[in-house]
Design a protein around this ligand. Sequence first.
Ligand code: LLP
Length: 412
Amino acid sequence: MFSYSDSDLYCENVALADLATRVGTPAFVYSAQSILENYRAYDEAFQDIPHNVCYAVKANSSLAVLGLLARAGAGFDIVSGGELYRVLEAGADPAKVVFSGVGKTPDEVEYALASGIHRFNCESEAELLLVDAMAARRGVRPGFAVRVNPDVDANTHPYISTGLSEHKFGIAISEAPGVYERARKLVNLCADGVSCHIGSQILELSPILEAVDKVLALAASLGNAGFPIRHLDLGGGLGVAYHSGQKAPEIRAFIASLHDRLRASRLCVTVEPGRSIVGPAGILLTRVLYRKKNGPKEFVVVDAAMNDLIRPSLYRAHHEIIPVRQRPLPSITADVVGPVCESGDFLARDRTVANVMPGDYLAVCTAGAYGFVLSSNYNSRPRAPEVLVEGGAYRVIRRRETFEDLVRGETL
Ligand code: LLP
């Protein structure tokens, strides 16, 4: 959805240089077509298997993005009351919402029950007791799945790997049967599912397949023990290509590789993809402020910083950085850095980038997931606007913050 025509970078049919001039920089820009295509790739790949594609709201929680997905029929995976509020504001059907997360508060559980969400993925026995007690008070009987930890190494960044027993997530798969047994006496809950999620930005399918086999075996044995298991939630985690030339698994091929075993299980399958739906659908547009040299080292100082996109600083994540207008000049090797007062404020280090000059625009690629949502006001920088492109049109779906926004809610 992002491609060059006559040396100018476009998002769908919108020239990004024009957009940058009108909206200003830094700005996040998303392609609606790309988001919808990625969502539909999941939805269609399941074919004849009953399924729910519950988009992981944490990846990009802008109302317009949620609304786009809700209208396309998506369900939602939420991890907080705030995310529930957002999906309801966006017009989502609460019956398609699954509530995950290791630290649900009583207020959040109450809000979720009052809203009539679909199901809970529970991560501890104490949480099961809480949800049971609150469901009793409301006279409802929600379905739940225990999030099991299958002890599979997702081979991804340690901060976003979740499926090993050393992580805080889930309940060890070996202990799960005992938890379900003890939950039999929680009469306000229906033990009708099993869930897992082993990590994010997973590029090899084998860990996912291993986890799926383990949870399928658990679901079958729970079924034999008399539990009405109908739901299998496989979480999210499919990786995307951040490096040019890198090959990430394709969504359709990924689901196809699971298709036969899932179909044979006769379960309703939920997936919770975030990054693979919105990541490649977004960029962060930024403007070059200065070029400078410190000794032999060259810097391109831009107007986007770690407060706008923290992934490079936090995970050493690689995002391609490409010019919005290509010029026939030899490229340079430089650090691309922002204005924030930290040495850790960089978007790229020792990177071969275009020979840009002050005033030129750059696009930081694959920034649609875990971009804006992780942004902050550090250094009292107003947060960037978000723009949604649809064909030849675009609209600002979140305006740029103002200085007044920065102090809203504060008192002297
Ligand atoms: N379901 C659960 C229970 C999760 O914890 C997550 C992500 C997802 C679904 C969605 O995973 P995805 O399909 O997006 O990989 N901030 C990090 C990523 C954190 C992911 C946390 N959990 C980053 O920027 O890479």
